[in-house]
Design a protein around this ligand. Structure first.
Ligand code: CP
Length: 320
């Protein structure tokens, strides 16, 4: 495995399956009364967040603590960033404090890549602009594997080599601004799933034709052929123009309500990375239904981030 985790596209199928299998083992340990492992004792993990986060920040902190690492949480708000300090100088300050891993979320696509040039420790991308969010894609793949009985040790895993071969995943909504969509397309493709993106033409990136997936503008046509439907938030904070006539019109054409869920195959699941706009891209009743994996995704995020920290830092001595 690479020293850093910056893009899903950097993961081979063997890397991805290894992370997911390790997360399965760590999830089993998390079910025990004593959840903590001594694996990263003496290591320091810095969470460097330049953008708001609830799920990712908290689960990286929980994951590092369960592995007994020392954790430093840095939020740009209230720091010397407000006085104009650059990312590089902030990174060098953290380096001087002995960071073994830096988890970074930043509004600029490419910030984790730059950071990796300045620090000796591992860099983990916790979301950069509209570029990538690889640990979200890994926790989504982990959730799909579990819901379809393909987790490690299962008969289906033995048959498929731990991948998602043949599963049909439809990702719906604001693909243009979504780092989750981009990371998921690459990872799900690597794991053997068939991915379809559904969005209004204005919310698809120009380069989507080069991505390993199909594209449709018609949600109702895609739903009966979907094992997984992943709804995305409309990221109005990243929009500088009008991309659709009105929220009501968007919701009518691309929102997932009970009538649309009825078009899904019986075993199909509904995913959302959060935060959700209930009543816009997903109806409240759908978000809270048994098909929804929203809460599982959050819980699985801790096991998956433990696995990534364990493999990047625990394996560091082997590489040296
Ligand atoms: N899914 C996700 O990245 O959520 P947060 O923005 O709350 O971290």
């Amino acid at each position: 495995m690479n020293r850093h985790l910056i893009s899903s596209a950097d993961l081979t199928r063997a890397d991805a399956v290894r992370i997911l299998d390790t997360a399965d083992e760590l999830a089993r340990i998390s079910d025990r009364p004593i959840k903590k492992l001594p694996t990263l004792r003496g290591r320091t993990v810095v969470n460097l967040f330049y953008e708001d986060s609830t799920r990712t920040r908290i689960s990286f902190e929980a994951a590092a603590k369960r592995l007994s690492a020392d954790v430093i949480n840095f939020s740009a708000k209230g720091s010397s960033v407000a006085k104009g300090e650059s990312l590089k100088d902030t990174a060098l300050t953290l380096e001087a404090m002995g960071a073994d891993a830096v988890v970074i979320r930043h509004s600029a696509s490419g910030a984790p890549h730059r950071l990796a040039e300045w620090v000796r420790g591992s860099v983990l991308n916790a979301g950069d602009g509209s570029h990538e969010h690889p640990t979200q894609a890994l926790l989504d793949a982990f959730t799909i594997r579990r819901r379809f009985g393909r987790d490690s040790g299962s008969a289906a895993a033995a048959e498929s080599g731990g991948g998602l071969d043949g599963l049909r995943v439809t990702i719906v909504g604001d693909i243009l601004h979504s780092r989750v969509a981009r990371s998921n397309v690459w990872l799900l493709h690597t794991l053997g799933a068939d991915v379809t993106l559904v969005a209004p033409p204005t919310l698809l990136p120009l380069a989507v034709g080069t991505w390993p997936c199909s594209v449709s503008y018609d949600l109702d046509a895609a739903l009966p052929k979907s094992d997984v439907v992943m709804m995305l938030r409309v990221q109005r904070e990243r929009m500088s123009a009008a991309y659709f006539p009105s929220v009501r019109e968007y919701s009518r054409r691309y929102g997932l309500d009970a009538a649309r869920v009825a078009q899904l195959p019986e075993r199909a699941i509904v995913m959302h990375p959060g935060p959700m706009n209930r009543g816009v891209e997903i109806a409240a009743g759908v978000a809270d239904s048994p098909r929804s994996t929203v809460v599982e995704q959050v819980a699985n995020g801790v096991s998956v981030r433990m696995a990534v920290l364990y493999l990047l830092l625990g394996g560091a001595e082997e590489r040296a």
